[in-house]
Design a protein around this ligand. Structure first.
Ligand SMILES: *Cc1c(COP(=O)(O)O)cnc(C)c1O
Length: 338
């Protein structure tokens, strides 16, 4: 059964964005962050396409996310490390070890791992001091990672983290070093090391100037459940936040905040059909949203509209981050790759 809500996904745009980030990464290999179900797009669909394009390094958050991709035989790193509850004998992924406890848990396996070093985020990672004291000795480290705090801003902390991470060069057995996320790649060649880890840019997000090369990948489309004439003076939606100034044709869409289309889009969001822009009116409900469709007399019950969802612009309009816009897209969409 098809859903009354779908997410159009553009394979060519995804691959083009990855190739662009790979090119910007220069001689460094370019991986892909596909945590949170591929930023909401569907991690399997994303991983298959990027692997086909030549991507060899994938990053997920948890072992459950890695297990869901086990049959694809990809190189997957689990960013949240290795808890006591996690499968120390799993072969479909390797942990990004982040604490001395996790190092102790992994070392007896003798198998390859990644390691996260904290250089200022103070979230996950072992310290440079612990590395200096020999914590990682005897580990088969594929990638030594650190993560930038403010790569999307030009602040001194970037250079400070770069220096702290660079100082670890040659101090571990790691085969490769990796620092940059999407925005970090744009900071320049010094930040690329051996492997980059873009996420949001692959999915159409960009937080620095000059994002012309990055293409939109995900576009929500919602079906019209009902069209009605709302008389001047009547209201639409919860709490009557919108009142018709004149007789208005209104379409009710199968889309709401339970689908990640949050209430901040109330009376603000935009959709389109046949090239005509249609403004959202009233409050976004859990499962429904209303549009003023007076401009399109032919649009009716069963027709589909396209939601405006270009990430930089939609983030500015809604106040949500580009990451939230994607990762909040729930399970009720039919995800359709073209
Ligand atoms: C999510 C994540 C990335 C990707 O970040 P983007 O800003 O989406 O490019 C890279 N590295 C780590 C450790 C992450 O958690």
């Amino acid at each position: 059964m098809t859903a009354p809500l779908r997410l159009r996904l553009d394979s060519a745009a995804l691959v083009s964005n990855w190739r662009h980030m790979a090119k910007l990464s220069g001689s460094a290999a370019c991986g892909a962050a596909i945590k949170a179900n591929g930023y909401g797009l569907g991690s399997r669909g994303v991983a298959e396409r990027l692997a086909g394009a030549g991507c060899r390094d994938f990053f997920v958050a948890t072992w459950a996310e890695a297990e869901a991709l086990a049959d694809l035989g990809l190189g997957v790193s689990v960013l949240h490390g290795l808890r006591a509850e996690d499968p120390v004998d799993a072969t479909y992924a390797r942990p990004v070890l982040a604490t001395p406890e996790q190092v102790r848990r992994w070392k007896p396996t003798g198998r390859p791992c990644d390691v996260m070093v904290d250089t200022g985020m103070n979230r996950l990672g072992v310290s440079a001091e612990e590395v200096g004291a020999g914590l990682l000795d005897g580990l088969a480290i594929e990638n030594l990672l650190s993560h930038l705090v403010s790569a999307d801003e030009d602040v001194p902390l970037n250079a400070k983290q770069l220096a702290a991470f660079g100082a670890l060069k040659g101090r571990t057995q790691a085969k490769r070093m990796s620092l940059a996320n999407s925005a970090g790649i744009a900071l320049g060649a010094d930040y690329h090391f051996d492997l980059t880890r873009p996420g949001i840019a692959l999915y159409g997000g960009w937080q620095r100037s000059g994002h012309d090369a990055i293409r939109q990948v995900a576009t929500p489309e919602a079906q019209i459940l009902q069209r009605r004439l709302v008389r001047a003076g009547e209201s639409v939606g919860y709490n009557a936040t919108w009142i018709a100034e004149r007789d208005t044709e209104v379409a009710t869409l199968n889309l709401g905040y339970a689908d990640g289309y949050l209430r901040c889009f109330s009376s603000k969001g935009l959709a389109s059909a046949d090239g005509v822009t249609l403004p959202l009116i009233g409050r976004v409900s859990m499962d429904l949203t209303a549009l003023d469709v007076s401009a399109l007399p032919s649009l009716g019950e069963g027709d589909w509209v396209t939601m405006s969802y270009a990430l930089p612009e939609t983030a500015a309009l809604s106040g949500l981050s580009q990451y939230e816009l994607l990762t909040g897209l729930g399970p009720r969409y039919d995800r359709i790759w073209a």
